[in-house]
Design a protein around this ligand. Structure first.
Ligand SMILES: NC(=O)c1ccc[n+]([C@@H]2O[C@H](COP(=O)([O-])OP(=O)(O)OC[C@H]3O[C@@H](n4cnc5c(N)ncnc54)[C@H](OP(=O)(O)O)[C@@H]3O)[C@@H](O)[C@H]2O)c1
Length: 401
């Protein structure tokens, strides 16, 4: 009868892993860990408040006093603070502190596998055009002219720490997560839902705020529930030992397809010439995009263009507009919504996700070949999450349900 520890219990990916495992009758105990509380009515889900930036000794004492040990560790904790160097230090330290604490407390003795959640930034999707499709065997994007990547430090920690200690590891690479969480850093669906709801309240045109170039291009998304199912499968599948996997829905989607569907759902209209006006902001990405590493061998030397983030509407500016804030106040008051949802929404992240100028195709072949026969429809996932956010009083009712 397996047991699990899930760090990042309140996060967009962690909470779904807990939901999934808690419904699996084979799991007898799940330790949900985060700084803020994660209430659960289920007797076999135990929350413990811990700060992964505490010293390993402090963490170890907390693990011992709360009897935290398990067969599987799902590590989804993530803290967004400072620049890439800070992220590398902070997020690497959180993983290292926790593994050291498990060793000090003796919890490591029962541990069979660590499932670490990272993401498609592994391929440098935040740095510019990438080689498509992205495959797990692709070389890491590092070296001169490249910023530090905390995922690499985390993966190196796993490789070093896992050596000869009786446990192995799996790493997942989700991308542009479609899921539900409150007050987290990267939350695509809440921000889109709020943008659409406020546009409706203002009786304004439903303009795609991102890039005209990206609008018809391909993105591969990860439904948080599919990711949870993958993690549960990978934890117990022997062939996954010491392997990293892309985890995306398996379909290819574009905003060209989903934006009109969103317009229909929210009862708003896309102007036929929505991209005619000047973009409000354009941010160039780094000099050497990831695709440059393949240029010489694939015959693309001199052909790789730099990436950019193009904002038809800069959402960080938009959310500060008086009419926008007033519209939110009205909707929130009228519908009894969680007022701080607007302030906590991740406008910077949405600018980025919608603003790139390159395709993001991510292969699921490796997982599928090993027997993971699962997938999700991205549009359905988006609608399910929007429905859930309506239920949770983050978004106003669209009357769809
Ligand atoms: N969201 C996306 O769209 C997306 C896409 C691709 C990859 N990823 C990757 O997936 C991983 C998980 O990200 P996520 O988006 O699921 O994160 P998230 O929603 O922001 O959740 C982060 C979790 O970590 C916990 N946490 C933060 N600092 C902590 C600390 N000092 N001690 C203990 N717990 C702490 C938070 O809870 P408390 O604040 O209560 O402690 C929360 O439960 C990250 O590597 C991220 O880069 C995310």
């Amino acid at each position: 009868m397996p047991t699990a520890i899930v760090t990042g219990a309140t996060g967009i990916l962690g909470r779904e892993i807990i939901n999934h495992l808690s419904r699996d009758p084979t799991y007898t105990k799940i330790h949900a860990l985060s700084r803020s509380p994660k209430p659960s009515s289920l007797s076999h889900v135990h929350h413990a408040s811990i700060d992964l930036l505490s010293t390993p000794t402090t963490l170890s004492t907390q693990l011992t006093s709360q009897n935290v040990c398990a067969d599987y560790l799902f590590f989804t904790a993530y803290l967004q603070e400072g620049d890439e160097k800070d992220l590398e230090r902070i997020n690497g330290d959180m993983l290292e502190n926790f593994l050291t604490a498990m060793s000090l407390s003796g919890a490591e003795k029962t541990l069979k596998r660590v499932v670490l959640v990272t993401g498609a930034k592994h391929y440098g999707v935040h740095l510019g055009p990438v080689k498509n499709p992205m495959e797990e065997r692709d070389p890491w994007v590092e070296g001169e002219g490249r910023p530090p990547n905390f995922y690499y430090r985390q993966q190196r920690i796993l490789r070093e720490r896992g050596e000869g200690r009786g446990w192995d590891w799996v790493v997942t690479y989700p991308n542009d997560v479609v899921g539900v969480a409150k007050g987290n850093f990267m939350n695509l669906v809440t921000a889109i839902g709020l943008y659409a709801s406020i546009t409706k309240e203002l009786n304004a045109p439903f303009i795609f705020p991102g890039s005209r170039i990206f609008y018809p291009k391909i993105d591969c998304f990860t439904y948080s529930r599919l990711h949870a199912r993958f993690c549960a499968w990978a934890a117990i599948t022997p062939a996954c030992s010491n392997q990293a996997f892309n985890v995306v829905n398996g379909d290819a989607q574009s905003w060209q397809t989903m934006w009109p569907r969103l317009a229909e759902r929210f009862g708003v209209t896309i102007p036929a010439d929505q991209f005619e006006a000047e973009d409000e902001k354009v941010v160039p990405l780094i000099e050497r995009p990831p695709l440059e590493d393949y240029a010489a061998t694939s015959g693309l030397k001199g052909q790789v263009e730099k990436g950019e983030v193009r904002m038809r509407i800069d959402l960080e500016k938009w959310m500060k507009r008086e009419d926008v804030r007033g519209a939110w106040e009205r909707v929130a008051e009228r519908e009894g919504l969680e007022k701080d949802a607007f302030e906590k929404a991740t406008w910077f992240f949405l600018n980025f996700v919608l603003g790139r100028n390159y395709d993001l195709a991510i292969s699921m072949n490796k997982a599928w070949k090993l027997g993971f026969r699962d997938w999700a429809d991205t549009w359905d996932a988006l609608e399910e999450c929007l429905d859930e956010l309506e239920e949770e009083k983050v978004l106003p009712r669209t009357g769809r349900k």
